[in-house]
Design a protein around this ligand. Structure first.
Ligand code: BJW
Ligand code: ZN
Length: 264
């Protein structure tokens, strides 16, 4: 048996190319995605904590995601805040202090380049750290809110507050009510306008690029399949496999700050 028939020359090339697209930062996958992004007139991007991990911000479900002994699921709920607003604010003060020292990285900046290059572009971020806007992103929805914004539990007033640490408990400048972070906690609805804008982008894009999210928190977790159903090419950049990895068209394993700039 000669070498060609050994491997089955026909199927081998195709299958290996598809398989390679699921391998670690392989040049073929990067080139394929790069070409698709260059040719696309409508691009949507979904980011999660992984893109900010490269700026030194801990992820939620990583080993460094714990504060004291609490998980995000224990603190990021309206029930936790009602029970112990001081505890929840102490957690946010810890994170505000940490995030205040961090800056956008090459991946955040590369996405700003993409925003300027693509005719119809929308960035959907689950991150509340504000590093996308800090890097210059303009066409974006921060669907889980922003850690530098506060909202009054009495009158609903929303304001920016960059105090680090914020005096606990913080009070509303207009009605003196208790302030809470302007962040979407588990069991709370996303802002309807943000959600609409994001769904429209996901349903009408040619390419959906998903960067650094574990893909388990809804509704963002449904965006990959929505885009796929609408006929988009769906690509994922992540350090590790996720529930999306097997179903996306292009999966690239690697660090956001290394891979995303290479896509432009
Ligand atoms: C790298 C990297 C590097 C690392 N480079 N990559 C059952 C079914 C369906 C839905 C539900 C359900 N049970 C409950 C729900 C609803 C719930 C939900 O989805 N729960 C799931 C856990 C199951 N969702 C909600 O409640 C949402 N609201 C809603 O659905 O309203 C309607 C409704 C209400 C009630 C019931 C049902 C429906 C609201 C969700 C709000 C989430 N908010 C949080 C907390 C904010 C607190 C704060 O930040 O202060 O937002 S949760 C937390 O997770 C945070 C994040 O934005 C979000 C996503 O996490 P992310 O970004 O993916 O981070 P990680 O850490 O999970 O992953 C990091 C990834 O990066 C990893 O994959 C790494 O490999 C990778 N990585 N380094 C590239 N260098
Ligand atoms: Zn108020």
């Amino acid at each position: 048996m000669d070498r060609a028939s050994d491997y089955g020359s026909e199927g081998w090339g195709f299958n290996s190319l598809r398989a390679r697209h699921h391998h670690m930062g392989h040049p073929a996958a990067i080139q394929d995605l790069k070409a698709r992004l260059a040719g696309a007139r409508a691009v949507a991007v979904l980011t999660g904590a992984g893109i900010s991990a490269d700026s030194g911000v801990p992820t939620f479900r990583g080993a460094d995601g714990l504060w004291r002994t609490y998980r995000a699921e224990d603190l990021a709920t309206p029930e936790a805040f009602a029970r112990d607003p001081r505890l929840v604010w102490e957690w946010y003060n810890w994170r505000r202090e940490l995030i205040a020292t961090k800056s956008p990285n090459a991946a955040h900046y590369a996405l700003v380049d993409l925003e300027r290059r693509v005719e119809r572009f929308w960035l959907i971020t689950q991150n509340v750290d504000g590093l996308h806007p800090a890097g210059g992103a303009q066409k974006l929805s921060e669907i889980h809110g922003n850690i530098w914004k506060v909202r009054c539990t009495q009158c609903g007033h929303v304001g920016t507050n960059r105090a680090v640490p914020i005096p606990i408990p913080p009070h509303c400048p207009t009605c003196n009510g208790l302030l809470r972070p302007h962040i979407v906690w588990f069991g709370e609805s996303l802002d309807p306008a943000d959600l609409e804008r994001s769904l429209a982008a996901v349903r009408s894009c040619e390419v959906l690029l998903i960067v650094g999210t574990s893909g388990i928190v809804y509704p963002a977790a449904s965006f990959a399949s929505l885009a796929k159903e609408a006929g988009a090419c769906v690509a994922e950049v992540n350090l590790d496999p996720t529930p999306n990895t097997q179903s996306v068209d292009i999966a690239i394993q690697g660090r956001a700050k290394d891979i995303v700039p290479e896509l432009l």
